[in-house]
Design a protein around this ligand. Structure first.
Ligand SMILES: NC(=O)c1ccc[n+]([C@@H]2O[C@H](COP(=O)([O-])OP(=O)(O)OC[C@H]3O[C@@H](n4cnc5c(N)ncnc54)[C@H](O)[C@@H]3O)[C@@H](O)[C@H]2O)c1
Length: 338
Protein backbone atom coordinates (compact mmCIF):
# COMPACT_ATOMS: atom_id res chain seq x y z
CA UNK A 1 0.00 0.00 0.00
CA UNK A 2 1.51 3.32 -1.07
CA UNK A 3 1.29 5.86 1.74
CA UNK A 4 1.55 9.66 1.98
CA UNK A 5 1.94 11.56 5.26
CA UNK A 6 0.31 14.98 5.67
CA UNK A 7 1.63 16.92 8.70
CA UNK A 8 5.35 16.74 9.40
CA UNK A 9 5.48 18.11 12.96
CA UNK A 10 6.47 16.73 16.32
CA UNK A 11 4.88 13.26 16.18
CA UNK A 12 5.70 12.61 12.52
CA UNK A 13 9.30 11.47 13.15
CA UNK A 14 8.24 8.17 14.79
CA UNK A 15 5.82 7.49 11.91
CA UNK A 16 8.58 8.21 9.36
CA UNK A 17 10.90 5.88 11.28
CA UNK A 18 8.44 3.00 11.75
CA UNK A 19 6.78 3.22 8.31
CA UNK A 20 10.16 3.00 6.58
CA UNK A 21 11.83 0.51 8.94
CA UNK A 22 10.70 -2.62 7.10
CA UNK A 23 8.89 -4.09 10.15
CA UNK A 24 5.70 -3.79 8.13
CA UNK A 25 6.78 -4.61 4.55
CA UNK A 26 3.21 -4.11 3.24
CA UNK A 27 3.57 -0.34 3.94
CA UNK A 28 5.42 1.82 1.42
CA UNK A 29 5.84 5.47 2.48
CA UNK A 30 6.34 7.38 -0.77
CA UNK A 31 5.31 11.00 -0.11
CA UNK A 32 4.89 13.69 2.52
CA UNK A 33 3.40 17.19 2.71
CA UNK A 34 2.91 20.01 5.20
CA UNK A 35 1.54 23.57 5.07
CA UNK A 36 5.10 24.44 6.07
CA UNK A 37 7.10 23.09 3.10
CA UNK A 38 10.41 23.39 5.00
CA UNK A 39 9.11 20.98 7.67
CA UNK A 40 8.11 18.48 5.00
CA UNK A 41 11.54 18.80 3.34
CA UNK A 42 13.33 18.33 6.68
CA UNK A 43 11.26 15.21 7.48
CA UNK A 44 11.85 13.66 4.07
CA UNK A 45 15.60 14.43 4.09
CA UNK A 46 16.65 11.13 5.62
CA UNK A 47 14.43 9.01 3.36
CA UNK A 48 15.37 9.05 -0.33
CA UNK A 49 12.18 7.27 -1.43
CA UNK A 50 9.89 9.88 0.18
CA UNK A 51 8.87 12.66 -2.23
CA UNK A 52 7.93 16.11 -0.83
CA UNK A 53 4.65 17.35 -2.29
CA UNK A 54 2.21 20.18 -1.95
CA UNK A 55 -0.73 19.13 0.30
CA UNK A 56 -3.31 19.27 -2.51
CA UNK A 57 -0.99 17.41 -4.91
CA UNK A 58 -0.54 14.62 -2.39
CA UNK A 59 -4.31 14.30 -1.91
CA UNK A 60 -4.79 14.21 -5.71
CA UNK A 61 -1.79 11.94 -6.39
CA UNK A 62 -2.62 8.90 -8.51
CA UNK A 63 0.07 6.91 -6.68
CA UNK A 64 -0.83 7.48 -3.01
CA UNK A 65 -3.46 4.97 -1.82
CA UNK A 66 -3.61 5.76 1.89
CA UNK A 67 -3.04 9.09 3.66
CA UNK A 68 -1.71 9.24 7.23
CA UNK A 69 -2.92 12.57 8.62
CA UNK A 70 -0.62 13.89 11.35
CA UNK A 71 -1.79 17.50 11.30
CA UNK A 72 -3.25 19.35 14.28
CA UNK A 73 -6.76 18.34 15.52
CA UNK A 74 -8.46 21.30 13.75
CA UNK A 75 -7.24 20.02 10.37
CA UNK A 76 -8.09 16.31 10.84
CA UNK A 77 -11.70 16.51 9.57
CA UNK A 78 -11.26 18.84 6.55
CA UNK A 79 -8.26 16.88 5.31
CA UNK A 80 -9.98 13.53 5.95
CA UNK A 81 -12.98 14.64 3.94
CA UNK A 82 -10.83 15.63 0.95
CA UNK A 83 -8.82 12.39 1.14
CA UNK A 84 -11.97 10.24 1.29
CA UNK A 85 -13.51 12.13 -1.63
CA UNK A 86 -10.28 11.55 -3.57
CA UNK A 87 -10.95 7.80 -3.14
CA UNK A 88 -8.08 7.15 -0.73
CA UNK A 89 -7.99 5.35 2.60
CA UNK A 90 -7.39 7.68 5.56
CA UNK A 91 -5.71 7.12 8.94
CA UNK A 92 -5.33 10.06 11.30
CA UNK A 93 -3.77 10.91 14.59
CA UNK A 94 -6.28 11.44 17.38
CA UNK A 95 -8.74 12.98 17.88
CA UNK A 96 -10.52 11.80 14.71
CA UNK A 97 -12.29 15.19 14.41
CA UNK A 98 -13.32 18.09 16.64
CA UNK A 99 -16.81 16.68 17.32
CA UNK A 100 -18.80 13.46 16.90
CA UNK A 101 -20.97 15.08 14.22
CA UNK A 102 -17.84 15.42 12.07
CA UNK A 103 -16.50 11.94 12.87
CA UNK A 104 -19.88 10.33 12.06
CA UNK A 105 -19.99 12.28 8.80
CA UNK A 106 -16.56 10.85 7.91
CA UNK A 107 -17.87 7.31 8.53
CA UNK A 108 -20.80 7.94 6.17
CA UNK A 109 -18.62 9.51 3.48
CA UNK A 110 -16.01 6.72 3.72
CA UNK A 111 -18.74 4.11 3.28
CA UNK A 112 -20.08 5.98 0.21
CA UNK A 113 -16.58 6.25 -1.31
CA UNK A 114 -15.73 2.61 -0.55
CA UNK A 115 -12.61 3.50 1.46
CA UNK A 116 -11.51 2.63 4.99
CA UNK A 117 -10.79 5.09 7.77
CA UNK A 118 -8.67 4.46 10.82
CA UNK A 119 -7.49 6.53 13.75
CA UNK A 120 -4.90 6.54 16.51
CA UNK A 121 -4.39 5.60 19.24
CA UNK A 122 -3.09 2.20 18.27
CA UNK A 123 -1.31 1.67 21.58
CA UNK A 124 -4.02 -0.82 22.61
CA UNK A 125 -2.61 -3.18 19.95
CA UNK A 126 0.78 -3.12 21.71
CA UNK A 127 2.20 -5.74 24.07
CA UNK A 128 1.15 -4.09 27.36
CA UNK A 129 -2.55 -3.58 26.71
CA UNK A 130 -2.94 -6.82 24.74
CA UNK A 131 -1.48 -8.70 27.74
CA UNK A 132 -3.99 -6.99 30.04
CA UNK A 133 -6.85 -7.82 27.63
CA UNK A 134 -5.68 -11.45 27.49
CA UNK A 135 -5.60 -11.66 31.32
CA UNK A 136 -9.12 -10.22 31.60
CA UNK A 137 -10.56 -12.42 28.87
CA UNK A 138 -9.01 -15.56 30.33
CA UNK A 139 -10.67 -14.83 33.70
CA UNK A 140 -7.49 -14.24 35.72
CA UNK A 141 -9.22 -11.60 37.90
CA UNK A 142 -12.73 -13.06 37.82
CA UNK A 143 -15.63 -10.83 36.83
CA UNK A 144 -14.47 -7.25 36.30
CA UNK A 145 -16.40 -4.74 38.43
CA UNK A 146 -14.39 -1.54 38.19
CA UNK A 147 -11.73 0.31 36.21
CA UNK A 148 -9.98 3.57 37.12
CA UNK A 149 -7.76 5.67 34.87
CA UNK A 150 -5.86 8.82 35.59
CA UNK A 151 -3.74 11.08 33.44
CA UNK A 152 -2.66 13.98 35.62
CA UNK A 153 0.05 16.46 34.59
CA UNK A 154 0.73 20.23 34.52
CA UNK A 155 0.35 20.57 30.73
CA UNK A 156 2.57 20.39 27.65
CA UNK A 157 3.84 23.99 27.37
CA UNK A 158 7.13 23.06 29.06
CA UNK A 159 8.27 20.70 26.29
CA UNK A 160 6.13 21.05 23.14
CA UNK A 161 7.52 23.66 20.70
CA UNK A 162 3.99 24.72 19.53
CA UNK A 163 1.65 23.97 22.47
CA UNK A 164 -1.09 26.53 21.64
CA UNK A 165 -3.48 23.90 20.20
CA UNK A 166 -3.60 22.04 23.52
CA UNK A 167 -5.52 25.01 25.04
CA UNK A 168 -7.89 25.68 22.14
CA UNK A 169 -11.07 23.90 21.01
CA UNK A 170 -9.99 20.41 20.00
CA UNK A 171 -7.24 20.36 22.64
CA UNK A 172 -7.42 19.92 26.44
CA UNK A 173 -6.37 16.90 28.52
CA UNK A 174 -9.47 14.84 27.69
CA UNK A 175 -9.29 15.18 23.89
CA UNK A 176 -5.49 14.96 23.97
CA UNK A 177 -4.90 12.06 26.38
CA UNK A 178 -8.42 10.69 26.97
CA UNK A 179 -8.34 8.72 23.69
CA UNK A 180 -5.49 6.52 25.03
CA UNK A 181 -7.30 5.77 28.29
CA UNK A 182 -10.82 5.46 26.90
CA UNK A 183 -9.73 3.39 23.88
CA UNK A 184 -7.83 1.04 26.22
CA UNK A 185 -10.92 0.75 28.43
CA UNK A 186 -13.28 0.14 25.49
CA UNK A 187 -10.84 -2.46 24.08
CA UNK A 188 -10.99 -4.19 27.49
CA UNK A 189 -14.72 -3.86 28.35
CA UNK A 190 -16.66 -2.85 25.24
CA UNK A 191 -18.67 0.29 24.53
CA UNK A 192 -19.55 3.00 27.07
CA UNK A 193 -23.28 3.66 27.36
CA UNK A 194 -23.46 6.43 29.96
CA UNK A 195 -21.27 9.18 31.45
CA UNK A 196 -21.43 11.73 34.28
CA UNK A 197 -18.71 14.33 34.62
CA UNK A 198 -17.35 17.46 36.29
CA UNK A 199 -14.98 19.79 34.44
CA UNK A 200 -12.96 22.85 35.47
CA UNK A 201 -10.41 25.34 34.17
CA UNK A 202 -7.81 26.17 36.86
CA UNK A 203 -5.73 28.69 34.88
CA UNK A 204 -7.03 31.35 32.42
CA UNK A 205 -3.57 31.70 30.80
CA UNK A 206 -0.48 29.53 30.40
CA UNK A 207 3.15 30.58 29.80
CA UNK A 208 5.15 28.63 27.22
CA UNK A 209 8.56 27.69 28.65
CA UNK A 210 9.81 25.49 25.80
CA UNK A 211 12.45 26.51 23.26
CA UNK A 212 11.76 29.35 20.81
CA UNK A 213 8.45 30.53 22.28
CA UNK A 214 9.74 30.71 25.89
CA UNK A 215 7.82 33.43 27.77
CA UNK A 216 4.85 33.59 25.35
CA UNK A 217 1.53 33.81 27.19
CA UNK A 218 -1.38 31.89 25.66
CA UNK A 219 -5.09 32.02 26.61
CA UNK A 220 -6.88 28.89 27.83
CA UNK A 221 -10.18 28.48 25.95
CA UNK A 222 -11.34 25.10 27.28
CA UNK A 223 -11.65 23.01 30.49
CA UNK A 224 -8.27 21.64 31.57
CA UNK A 225 -9.38 19.22 34.32
CA UNK A 226 -12.13 16.58 34.01
CA UNK A 227 -13.38 13.80 36.28
CA UNK A 228 -15.90 11.35 34.83
CA UNK A 229 -17.92 8.30 35.73
CA UNK A 230 -18.33 5.74 32.95
CA UNK A 231 -20.92 2.99 32.61
CA UNK A 232 -19.93 0.27 30.11
CA UNK A 233 -22.50 -1.82 28.22
CA UNK A 234 -20.82 -4.88 29.82
CA UNK A 235 -21.78 -3.59 33.29
CA UNK A 236 -18.26 -2.50 34.32
CA UNK A 237 -18.25 0.90 36.09
CA UNK A 238 -15.26 3.19 35.45
CA UNK A 239 -13.76 6.50 36.46
CA UNK A 240 -11.31 8.64 34.51
CA UNK A 241 -9.46 11.80 35.56
CA UNK A 242 -7.59 13.87 32.96
CA UNK A 243 -5.76 17.05 33.93
CA UNK A 244 -3.31 19.65 32.67
CA UNK A 245 -3.71 21.49 36.01
CA UNK A 246 -2.25 19.31 38.78
CA UNK A 247 0.83 17.30 39.70
CA UNK A 248 0.59 13.50 39.53
CA UNK A 249 1.30 10.97 42.25
CA UNK A 250 3.82 8.74 40.41
CA UNK A 251 3.09 5.76 42.66
CA UNK A 252 -0.53 5.50 41.44
CA UNK A 253 -1.07 3.28 38.38
CA UNK A 254 -2.35 4.93 35.20
CA UNK A 255 -5.08 2.29 34.89
CA UNK A 256 -6.27 -0.22 37.52
CA UNK A 257 -8.78 -2.96 36.84
CA UNK A 258 -10.58 -4.61 39.76
CA UNK A 259 -12.33 -7.97 39.53
CA UNK A 260 -14.02 -10.43 41.89
CA UNK A 261 -10.87 -12.59 42.12
CA UNK A 262 -8.03 -10.09 41.74
CA UNK A 263 -6.80 -6.84 40.25
CA UNK A 264 -4.61 -5.75 37.35
CA UNK A 265 -2.19 -2.85 37.14
CA UNK A 266 -2.25 -1.85 33.46
CA UNK A 267 0.70 0.04 31.92
CA UNK A 268 0.50 3.62 30.63
CA UNK A 269 -1.92 3.43 27.65
CA UNK A 270 0.18 6.08 25.90
CA UNK A 271 2.88 3.41 25.50
CA UNK A 272 2.99 0.11 23.66
CA UNK A 273 4.83 -1.95 26.29
CA UNK A 274 5.15 -1.71 30.05
CA UNK A 275 4.63 -4.08 32.96
CA UNK A 276 1.27 -5.77 33.53
CA UNK A 277 0.91 -6.70 37.22
CA UNK A 278 -1.59 -9.28 38.41
CA UNK A 279 -2.58 -8.91 42.08
CA UNK A 280 -4.25 -12.10 43.33
CA UNK A 281 -6.74 -12.77 46.15
CA UNK A 282 -3.81 -12.99 48.65
CA UNK A 283 -2.47 -9.58 47.48
CA UNK A 284 0.53 -11.34 45.88
CA UNK A 285 1.87 -9.47 42.84
CA UNK A 286 3.03 -11.23 39.66
CA UNK A 287 4.32 -9.68 36.42
CA UNK A 288 2.62 -11.28 33.41
CA UNK A 289 4.55 -12.35 30.29
CA UNK A 290 3.83 -10.03 27.35
CA UNK A 291 1.70 -11.64 24.65
CA UNK A 292 3.23 -9.88 21.62
CA UNK A 293 6.52 -8.22 20.66
CA UNK A 294 5.29 -4.62 20.10
CA UNK A 295 6.63 -3.20 23.38
CA UNK A 296 8.56 -0.22 21.95
CA UNK A 297 7.07 2.95 20.37
CA UNK A 298 5.20 1.17 17.55
CA UNK A 299 3.07 4.08 16.26
CA UNK A 300 1.89 2.94 12.86
CA UNK A 301 0.85 -0.52 14.17
CA UNK A 302 -2.76 0.58 13.55
CA UNK A 303 -1.90 1.52 9.94
CA UNK A 304 -0.24 -1.87 9.45
CA UNK A 305 -3.30 -3.69 10.85
CA UNK A 306 -5.55 -1.51 8.65
CA UNK A 307 -3.66 -2.41 5.48
CA UNK A 308 -3.64 -6.14 6.37
CA UNK A 309 -7.38 -5.96 7.08
CA UNK A 310 -8.11 -4.17 3.77
CA UNK A 311 -6.28 -6.98 1.98
CA UNK A 312 -8.29 -9.63 3.87
CA UNK A 313 -11.60 -7.73 3.56
CA UNK A 314 -12.13 -7.53 7.35
CA UNK A 315 -12.53 -4.52 9.68
CA UNK A 316 -9.30 -3.19 11.18
CA UNK A 317 -8.98 -2.64 14.94
CA UNK A 318 -8.00 1.06 15.28
CA UNK A 319 -11.12 1.83 13.28
CA UNK A 320 -13.03 5.02 12.53
CA UNK A 321 -16.05 3.47 14.31
CA UNK A 322 -14.04 2.99 17.51
CA UNK A 323 -12.50 6.49 17.35
CA UNK A 324 -15.90 8.03 16.66
CA UNK A 325 -17.40 6.24 19.70
CA UNK A 326 -14.55 7.55 21.86
CA UNK A 327 -15.08 11.07 20.49
CA UNK A 328 -18.80 10.84 21.25
CA UNK A 329 -18.03 9.77 24.84
CA UNK A 330 -15.55 12.63 25.28
CA UNK A 331 -18.05 15.10 23.87
CA UNK A 332 -20.65 13.95 26.40
CA UNK A 333 -18.10 14.33 29.21
CA UNK A 334 -17.23 17.89 28.10
CA UNK A 335 -20.88 18.89 27.72
CA UNK A 336 -21.91 17.60 31.15
CA UNK A 337 -21.66 20.90 33.02
CA UNK A 338 -22.05 23.37 30.16
N1 LIG B 1 3.44 15.44 19.86
C1 LIG B 1 3.10 14.28 20.42
O1 LIG B 1 3.79 13.74 21.27
C2 LIG B 1 1.84 13.57 19.97
C3 LIG B 1 1.65 12.28 20.43
C4 LIG B 1 0.56 11.56 19.98
C5 LIG B 1 -0.35 12.15 19.14
N2 LIG B 1 -0.19 13.44 18.73
C6 LIG B 1 -1.21 14.01 17.85
O2 LIG B 1 -0.62 14.20 16.57
C7 LIG B 1 -1.18 15.37 15.95
C8 LIG B 1 -0.03 16.30 15.59
O3 LIG B 1 0.65 16.65 16.77
P1 LIG B 1 2.11 17.29 16.70
O4 LIG B 1 2.54 17.35 18.12
O5 LIG B 1 2.95 16.56 15.72
O6 LIG B 1 1.74 18.75 16.19
P2 LIG B 1 2.72 19.80 15.45
O7 LIG B 1 2.07 21.13 15.59
O8 LIG B 1 4.10 19.60 15.93
O9 LIG B 1 2.66 19.32 13.92
C9 LIG B 1 1.51 19.43 13.10
C10 LIG B 1 1.97 19.71 11.68
O10 LIG B 1 0.83 19.76 10.84
C11 LIG B 1 0.99 20.85 9.94
N3 LIG B 1 -0.34 21.29 9.54
C12 LIG B 1 -1.28 21.92 10.29
N4 LIG B 1 -2.41 22.14 9.58
C13 LIG B 1 -2.18 21.64 8.34
C14 LIG B 1 -2.96 21.56 7.15
N5 LIG B 1 -4.18 22.05 7.10
N6 LIG B 1 -2.39 20.95 6.07
C15 LIG B 1 -1.14 20.46 6.13
N7 LIG B 1 -0.35 20.51 7.22
C16 LIG B 1 -0.86 21.09 8.33
C17 LIG B 1 1.76 21.90 10.71
O11 LIG B 1 2.40 22.80 9.84
C18 LIG B 1 2.71 21.03 11.52
O12 LIG B 1 3.93 20.81 10.85
C19 LIG B 1 -2.18 15.96 16.94
O13 LIG B 1 -3.47 15.57 16.61
C20 LIG B 1 -1.76 15.36 18.28
O14 LIG B 1 -2.88 15.20 19.15
C21 LIG B 1 0.90 14.16 19.10
Amino acid sequence: MKIGIIGCGNISSIYFKNLTSGIWPQLDLIACADLDLERAKKSADAFSRVQVMDVQDLIASSEVELVVNLTIPQAHYPIALQVIHAGKHHYSEKPMALCAKESKHLLVEALKSGVQIGCAPDTFLGAGLQTAIDAIQSGKIGQVVSVTGQMICRGHEGWHPNPEFYYQKGGGPLLDMGPYYLTAMVAMFGKIKNVKAFNRKTFEQRTITSQAKNGTIIPVEIPTHTTSLLEFESGVIGTIVTSFDAHPNPSMPKISVHGTKGALEVPDPNTFGGKVLLIDENKEKKTLNLVNSFDENSRGLGVSDMVNSIEKGVLHQASGELASHILEVMEKILSEDE
